[in-house]
Design a protein around this ligand. Structure first.
Ligand SMILES: [Cu+2]
Length: 202
């Protein structure tokens, strides 16, 4: 598990001030649920304290994975089935036309190799935060949609947001670890709907 540390500077705020952590309105995300802004957490300034803490000049340094080290590229089309006359409402969200089957291995990957995986949401109208188990990866390239990487996408990741219209490429240096792992959309409704496949590291 990775932990994100956030520093909040409350100095200069007068006693009685209320500060909120907010989820901002989620723009350019197509048919996303939960796009509205809302308050998550309230901080109330109720006393004066002092602290000698200072932010370190440098944090960790992270090496960059080179795309030239990749031995294979795999493409994953993110798609949603259109609502038709069928009353079957499950399996609407798919990866390469498939929904999750625990008895099926969808991709077989050689351990200790580096690969490029491409998540293609160019035809989609919903955001898909794509999440991988068993590895950490680096986000390499985004075309369509926002058309660029954002600062928080540098470093090691286990999830990357792919908005409607976007194609995102990630670089994955697989370790010597072997076994069966899943990768899936982390939107709860989508993963519960089967938007998850399995890969086997051998
Ligand atoms: Cu999704």
């Amino acid at each position: 598990m990775r932990i994100n540390i956030t520093l909040v500077n409350f100095s200069g705020l007068t006693i009685g001030t209320e500060v909120f952590l907010e989820s901002k309105i989620f723009n350019n995300a197509g048919k996303a649920q939960g796009k509205q802004g809302f308050k998550i957490l309230k901080f109330k300034i109720n006393r004066t304290v002092s602290d000698s803490f200072s932010v370190p000049v440098s944090l960790s340094s992270i090496g960059t994975v080179s795309p030239t080290s990749s031995s294979k590229t795999r493409n994953f089309l993110l798609s949603a089935m259109k609502m038709g006359g069928s009353m079957n409402m499950t399996g609407m969200h798919r990866i390469n036309g498939k929904t999750y089957d625990k008895s099926r291995i969808d991709e077989t990957v050689a351990a200790n190799t580096t690969e490029i995986w491409v998540f293609d949401n160019s035809q989609g109208d919903e955001p898909h935060p794509m999440h991988m188990h068993g590895v950490h990866f680096q986000v390499w390239e985004r075309s369509g949609g926002r058309g660029q990487l954002i600062p928080s996408e540098s470093g090691w990741k286990d999830t990357v947001l792919v908005l409607p219209g976007e194609i995102v490429k990630i670089l994955i240096p697989f370790s010597t670890l072997t076994g069966v792992f899943v990768f899936h959309c982390h939107n709860l409704e989508h993963e519960d709907d089967g938007m998850m496949l399995q890969y086997k590291l051998t």
